[in-house]
Each structure stands twice: as C-alpha cells, then as structure tokens.
Design a protein around this ligand. Structure first.
Ligand code: DGJ
Length: 737
C-alpha cells in the first residue's frame, strides 16, 4: 500500500463505476461525479470538471455558491438536511470543518487510490471529524464519520444526528424504496423524485420489518436491466434513516445515517462517536446495482463457502408441541428426503410452553426434555444431519425467573414498563451483568451440545428503551452490545453459523451480516408472497444468504394452497429448507420433495456463486428471474406465473445475462418441467428432448415463448453453453487506471 497527501481531485474507479472527489481547498470533500465509469481522465480535466459543474448563484440567495459536501454543512450555506446536528449547552450548533490532511491509500489490484481518510477540525466548536471514504473493488461507495469532542472543559457535546450524503444527477427523477410489515416485508413503492425530502426513518430499535434495505433514485422507468440507478444503505441494526432530497437549487442527493434518540450520544472531552457505514451502489439497472452488494458480501472472509445445507426447521411443523418422539420422527422424515441440518425452533427452554413465558431462562425444560436435548441431538447426528437451535437472547418474558430476579435488567424509562409486544420485553444488554449472563448461557449451550447453528431471533420493536437507573435512551448501546455478543460468541465457537431472524425479516442489514451467515427473509412462506419478498430482499443479498423454506400445502400465514412444485421452485432460489410436518406428508409428496432436494444439491454451486438476473417482462403476471454462472457457461431461470395474464399466451420471455456470442441449449429443467397449463399448449421447443439452440444475444433480445401456466405456478429453464467459451472481446484500453 502507498499513501499520499492533499490529492486535489481524485478519480476512484472500479469496474463500471467512477467516483470523482473534489478535495481541493480546505473545506470537506465534494462529489463531482458518482455513477458510470468515466474512463481515463487527466487530472487537469478533473479540475475542468469541477469548474464546469460548480454551483451557481441564484437570485436572492447567498453571495457565494453553495457546495454540497459529503457531510453537508450549514456554515457553507447548505439549507437542506444538515450532516451534523448537536450542541454544547445550546452553543456550537453549527460546524465549519477545516481539512487538516487527506490520506489516500492505494492497493495493487485497483491501482487508482480507492480509500481516503479526511481529517478535519472545527477549532471554534472544538470538534474533530474524520471521514473515511472508499470505493470497493465491487464498486460500492462506503463512507463513515467519526466525530470527537476536543473540549477539555466540563461541557459534553450532545450529538443529535450525523448524516452522510451522496449527490445523484438531475436525470434521476424517480424514487424506489421498500416498506412492509411482519409477514409482508419488502413491498416496493415507486414515486416521483419531487422537490423536498423523502424520508424513511426507522425508530423501532431494530432494522425493522418495514425497513427499506435501499433508498434508490433512478432514470424514469428504470428496471432490472435498464436505466441508471443509484442507492444508499445504512449498515446498522438499530434506529436509522435514509432520505432522498431535492432542492430548489437543483441539487439531488441520497443521504443516510443513524437516528439518535434524545441525549443518546453525549460526548465528554476526548470521546468519539463513529457512524455506521453508509454504502452506496450504482448500476445500469437494478441487477447491476444489486450485483455490487452481492460481490461485496461474497468477498467477505467469513462468507459461507461450504454448500448451504438443506435445512429442516421445526417451527411450522410442530410449534410448541415438543417431545422427543415427535421430533425424532420428524428428523427421520427430514433425513429421508435429504435434509442436512435440523433446527429445533422455539419451545425447548424452561417454561416455554407458549409464547407468553420463559424468554431469558435459557436452560433446557426438563419437564419436556427429561434427558436434556442430548437424545434428540444424538439422533439428529446419527442421521447425518447438523443440529441447530433457536434462541432469542435479547429478550425477556415478564413471566420468567430472569425477570423476577432482575427487573432492573429490562429496558425501560420513567416509572413504567414499555407496552408489551408478543408478551415480552427487551433485556438491557447495557448492564454488564445482563450481557454476561446471556453470553454465559449461549456459550454453555453451544458448548454442551456442540451446536452447529443458532437461529437468533428478535421478536419485537424497542419502545421507550431506557437504561436503568438513569432512564437514558439505550438503543445505540443495545445495538453495539448485540454486535459484541455475536462477535464474542463466534470467537469462542469459530465453526458456529448464525441466522439473523427478527419476526422473520426484521433485521436484515450489512452490519448484522458481518456477524451472521444468513437471514430469515420472512415468517411468510406462502410461495407467492415469497416470490416478491425474495425478489426485493435480493436487492441487497445474494441467494445463499436468504433463508427460503418449503412450507405445508396450505400456507399458515395466508391460507393459500400451492402445489409442491411452486413451493419448492420458489425456495430453490435461496438457502433451501423445509418447514412442514413431513410426518403428515404422504409418500408421493415426500418422493417429490426428495427430487427437489436433489435438484437443489446439484444446482447450489451455480445458484450460490452466479449472477442474479431478472427479465423485466412487460406482462406483470409473468416474472422471469435466474442465476447465470460467473463464467456464463450455464444458467437457471424460473418463469413464474404470479396471476392470470391478460393475453394468452404471453409474449416471449427474454433470458438475460448470457454470453452474447455463445450458443446455448435451452431446455426445461427437472423437476420444474411440468407446465400443466390450462390448454396444454406448450411451445414446440418445450416438448423437444433437446430443447432449442440459440445464442445469448438472441435469448436476451428476442427470447423464447413460455409454456402456458396456471396462476401461481412456475417452471425452470436451463441454459447450457455449447462448445468452448468464445474468445473474450478485446478489453477497452485501460479499464482501470
Ligand atoms: C419468529 C420467527 O420468525 C419464526 O420463524 C419462529 O422462530 C418464531 N419466531 C418462534 O417464536
């Protein structure tokens, strides 16, 4: 690595994207360009770009042009949402940081400087600011800020908020964000990027079932394959906000940060606050934008690399009806269809006969498990499966020995307890003894049973989450303590895998994913709902991190009935599992499920390493998605009929992402090859044993006719390249500089 100082203008590049920063002068850096790769640009041209794009004055505004810095400052004339808010006894409410140094770091694989650290100070407010900005090899812009109180006196600096911003161009006129609720997470909403602020603020004390994983702005009508699009994400599992802001001065930006509760961060002299990482992505279409997150996650040292095991989760199979005989029989049936991991869900610990008691008492309930969990664990292992266990460490039931012994360990403020949710309260991990107690219990359980996997749940929002005895707001501390707890447990048990579950998909973000191995995307395993939930959760996560289960024939959360093929073909595109009482399934269902399990095992190397693509089909009832191998030798697509189409048959479906010049054989893939449409009017190629042979270009541009499908059915289509890969097209000169 090499380091340098005072770079003036910086052009950071990764494949397909550029970030140009104006670091000239003493004010905080400004973004001159974030988006498409600009190619080689001379340093002098960057200075010209700065001149060309400099803000201009409007009538009846300040006498100086107002720049937008990464941390927007009121002192520079910025009248939109400020970057840093806070005060010292009411003073120092506005900052004017002066840059003291900028350190850039270069790495051999991306020779252009791609990390910088900006050290700035406001001598009057006695604050120091360190900004870290990076363009990763995957093309993500990561930034965070650390603010330090340099006052030697008595008065703390009360930090009310810290927001980092990235400008987007004026042709990004459409916004997309996600919302939802328990069992209906990740519903997209699209609207015009109008003047003003579109704010998504989350005060749930967890990431949230309604959280927008990304706040996106793009060209009008952008889709998965077309249109430029930009997005930001907050890597934080507590309160947070993202916003899209457009000002009358013609500035458009995406901003994000942690939401701080009143008095939550009070910095005494010498103390610091570090913001979460704010992560931005850019792409031509949502697939490219999402692909950068997938690539970044897959590059983690702890990214799960061994095949994702077929998982049997007991929740919807038995709920709280725990006994050794029933669960052993379920394990037998699971092993018979090919399951590789057996996860014992809620209901195993002391007093937990229903969801109104027991949380916090993390001891095996001997009235239900007289011999402990050992006999079940041994049985599961004898069948060749791993053993997993459900826990909800941050929670406490008022009806528990723990709450009776330590009422002061419940997060609360004033002279009252927060309203209960699922009859439970939140354990205050800000109490060292409460933290130690939970760590000791988890450590002991994982050690005693050599547990391979924890399903780590978190089933309520935090309300009035105050730390006793002061009652001060405790969400920030709680979030950081949860991270420490996870980190410590993983350090003690290096092979342990952990799933992030929070009433289903309530804790999905890049910070929790630094310490977990998959998420439970939703409590809803109705395959139709899952098509949507998985599609939009996939904006952030690659399929191997996304828990997806085959449920019972009638979905418990919606009452909808679906064929096994639709349920399994939906779960196939995640980390595949089963959540169904297989002891009640008939032999035919089990045999068919075993076929799907076998298909998943054969396909998972492709599905869990390839590039996720979507077809942007014009018929809203026909969804096309798939995964293309990294070397584009093979791909698997699902053609999903979500409802009846207005036209029948629907127009041809385009299969994107393949090598344009290579020839591919296109065939139905078993067991997802049963069209079962209303008229059996399958296209000719579908009926032929050797399918059809087309180039990647033809498949992406003209496509193939889909078989006629009943609503809520799907089929699988495989593309396999014929012959060797075509010679790569000559690389454009110096893609990276
Ligand atoms: C909520 C989870 O999302 C479910 O899968 C299940 O684990 C229940 N909690 C258990 O209480």
């Amino acid at each position: 690595m090499r380091t340098g100082h005072s770079p003036g203008y910086l052009h950071l590049r990764a494949p397909g994207t550029s970030l140009v920063l104006d670091c000239a002068g003493s004010r905080l850096p400004r973004v001159l360009h974030w988006g498409d790769d600009l190619g080689d640009v001379e340093h002098t041209a960057l200075a010209e770009l700065a001149t060309a794009s400099a803000a201009r004055q409007m009538s009846n505004t300040l006498d100086l042009p107002v720049p937008l810095s990464l941390l927007p400052e009121h002192s520079a004339g910025w009248l939109g949402t400020p970057g840093l808010t806070g005060h010292r006894d009411g003073a120092d409410f506005s900052t004017a940081f002066t840059v003291r140094s900028i350190r850039t770091v270069r790495t051999p694989d991306l020779p252009q400087a791609h990390q910088l650290t900006v050290d700035a100070v406001d001598e009057h407010a006695r604050l120091q600011l360190v900004l870290e900005i990076e363009l990763t090899a995957a093309g993500l812009v990561r930034q965070r800020a650390t603010v330090t109180n340099r006052d030697t006196g008595e008065r703390p600096f009360v930090l009310d908020g810290l927001l980092l911003a990235l400008p987007v161009p004026s042709h990004a006129t459409e916004l997309l964000d996600l919302t939802g609720r328990h069992a209906r997470e990740r519903s997209p909403q699209r609207h015009e990027f109008t003047l003003g602020t579109h704010l998504r603020e989350n005060r749930r004390g967890r990431t949230g079932t309604d959280a927008t994983l990304l706040h996106l702005a793009g060209e009008p009508g952008f889709g998965f394959r077309t249109g430029e699009v930009w997005a930001v994400h907050v890597a934080w599992s507590g309160n947070h906000r993202t916003l899209a802001e457009r000002t009358p001065a013609g500035v458009s930006l995406l901003g994000a940060g942690e939401t701080l509760l009143g008095g939550e961060v009070r910095l005494a002299g010498g103390e610091s606050y570090t913001s979460p990482w704010i992560v931005g992505s850019y792409g031509h279409g949502l697939d490219e934008l999402a692909g950068r997150f997938h690539q970044q996650l897959r590059a983690r040292t702890r990214h799960p690399r061994r095949p994702r095991p077929v998982t049997l989760n007991t929740w919807e199979a038995v709920y709280f009806r725990h006994d050794l005989g029933r669960l052993s029989a379920l394990a037998d049936a699971a092993a018979e269809v090919g399951a590789e991991r057996f996860v014992l869900d809620d209901g195993w610990f002391k007093g937990r006969r229903h969801d109104r008691a027991g949380l916090g008492d993390w001891y095996v309930d001997e009235s239900v498990w007289p011999g402990g969990l050992g006999p079940l664990v041994d049985h599961v292992r004898s069948l060749g499966m791993e053993f997993g266990l459900w826990v909800e460490p941050e929670m406490v039931s008022p009806d528990s020995d723990l709450a009776r012994a330590h009422p002061e360990w419940i997060l609360a403020t004033g002279d009252r307890l927060p309203p209960e949710s699922r009859q439970q309260q939140v354990l205050d991990l800000g109490h060292a003894q409460a933290y130690d107690h939970v760590l000791e219990r988890l450590d002991a359980l994982v050690g005693e049973y050599a547990i391979d996997y924890l399903k780590w749940d978190h089933n309520r929002d935090l309300v009035e989450a105050g730390h006793s005895p002061t009652g001060a707001a405790g969400v920030h501390v709680q979030t950081a303590a949860t991270y420490r707890l996870l980190d410590e447990l993983r350090a003690r048990h290096p092979g342990l895998e952990i799933e992030s579950c929070s009433s289903g998909g309530g804790r999905i973000d890049l910070a929790i994913l630094e310490r977990t191995d998959r998420v439970w995307a939703s409590d809803c395993i109705d395959a139709l709902e899952r098509q949507q939930i998985q599609r939009w959760t996939g904006l952030l996560l690659p399929p191997e991190l996304l828990g997806a289960h085959v449920g019972s024939p009638v979905a418990h959360t919606t009452g909808r009935a679906h064929t096994l093929d639709f349920r399994a073909g939906t779960a196939l595109f995640g980390h595949f599992g089963i959540e169904w009482d297989l002891t009640a399934a008939d032999a035919g269902e089990r045999a068919r499920l075993a076929e799907w399990v076998a298909a998943y095992k054969e396909l998972r190397p492709l599905l869990h390493s390839g590039t996720v693509v979507h077809g942007d089909h014009p018929d809203p009832a026909l969804w096309v998605h798939g995964v293309v191998a990294a070397d584009r030798s093979r791909a698997l697509y699902a053609l999903v009929q979500t409802a009846t189409s207005v036209t029948s048959p629907a127009g041809p479906v385009r299969l994107p992402g393949l090598d344009a010049d290579a020839r591919y054989r296109i065939r139905p893939h078993r067991p997802g090859d049963r069209a079962e449409g209303p008229h059996r009017s399958d296209p000719l190629w579908w009926e032929r044993a050797d399918g059809v042979e087309l180039t990647g270009r033809l498949l992406a541009v003209t496509g193939v006719r889909a078989p006629t499908l009943h609503p809520e059915r799907l089929v699988l289509v495989e593309a396999s390249r014929l012959g060797p890969a075509p010679a790569p097209a000559p690389a454009p000169a110096q893609r990276r500089t």
